[in-house]
Write a protein that binds this ligand. Structure first.
Ligand SMILES: [Zn+2]
Length: 263
């Protein structure tokens, strides 16, 4: 059984601090557990470069380039064009297959004007380049969807989905993929599992967002792709497929969306 982790942050310093063998130890353990590859998501030009470095070292590992809404806190509106042109130039690397992660975050809440400006500009950039987008939406469901609606030529994945069933229906109608992570397994996540049931199987992606969001029964620990099996089990149960079928379907979907073929 092959599994593809559609969203990770393996460059995160938490691995060096908390995982035996650091980033490379966590990647080795994930491959040993049957994960055949992953997407490492950039959040600014520096973390994108770190993602690309990992993608160059490992087969079936790809990178994305983007300015995360939390990282917009480091810039003023006037400084955005410079950082966004750095984001854009990193899209040209052969192992950069998506633009992200980008979006809106009203939990940490850096200046909303700057967040929206960066999100809007990067959605235009993705559509112009024909690249899929990785969306981060934290406590900003309405504004995120409003901006996506405006960019009819943009498409991609809503990462670590946390919205409602009604919104899922609308995203699917607009052609987007929906990606679920560890919270799908949480005891009180009935609404999330109901949303998962509404996604057609050929639009589902599975991810860890590691080192964050570990699934049950590993909450409180550092997350890796090796733990994604628990999220897969819950997703398979929601959809009504076997674990093997669910794994194969999510691998196929990731390849289709990122325009990659796995070795
Ligand atoms: Zn992420």
């Amino acid at each position: 059984m092959k599994l593809y982790d559609a969203h990770t942050h393996y460059y995160d310093e938490k691995f060096a601090r908390e995982y035996p063998g650091g980033t490379h130890g966590a990647i080795a353990d994930s491959f040993a557990a049957g994960v055949c590859g992953f997407l490492c998501a950039g959040t600014n030009p520096d973390t994108t470069k770190a993602s690309i470095a990992l993608a160059e070292q490992y087969e079936n590992v790809y990178a994305s380039s983007g300015l995360h809404p939390q990282d917009t806190a480091d810039y003023s509106i006037a400084e955005l064009p410079t950082v966004l042109s750095a984001v854009e130039s990193l899209l040209d690397h052969p192992k950069t297959v998506a633009l992200g992660e980008i979006g809106l975050d009203y939990h940490w809440d850096p200046d909303r004007m700057v967040q929206k400006e960066a999100f809007d500009a990067q959605l235009s950039m993705a559509a112009a380049k024909g690249l899929p987008v990785i969306i981060h939406d934290r406590e900003a469901h309405g504004d995120t969807m409003d901006l996506i609606r405006v960019h009819k030529n943009a498409t991609g994945m809503i990462h670590s989905y946390s919205g409602s069933g009604e919104m899922v229906r609308e995203y699917v109608r607009m052609g987007w993929y929906i990606s679920f992570s560890g919270p799908l397994t949480y005891k009180n996540a009935e609404k999330l599992r109901a949303a998962c049931k509404m996604v057609p199987p050929d639009r589902l992606l599975i991810e860890t967002d590691c080192p964050y969001l570990p699934p049950v029964p590993h909450r409180g620990k550092i997350n890796t792709s090796a733990l994604m099996i628990h999220t897969l089990e819950t997703m398979a149960e929601c959809v009504g497929l076997s674990i093997q079928e669910m794994a194969a379907q999510t691998v196929e979907n990731a390849c289709r969306m990122f325009h990659i073929s796995l070795l």
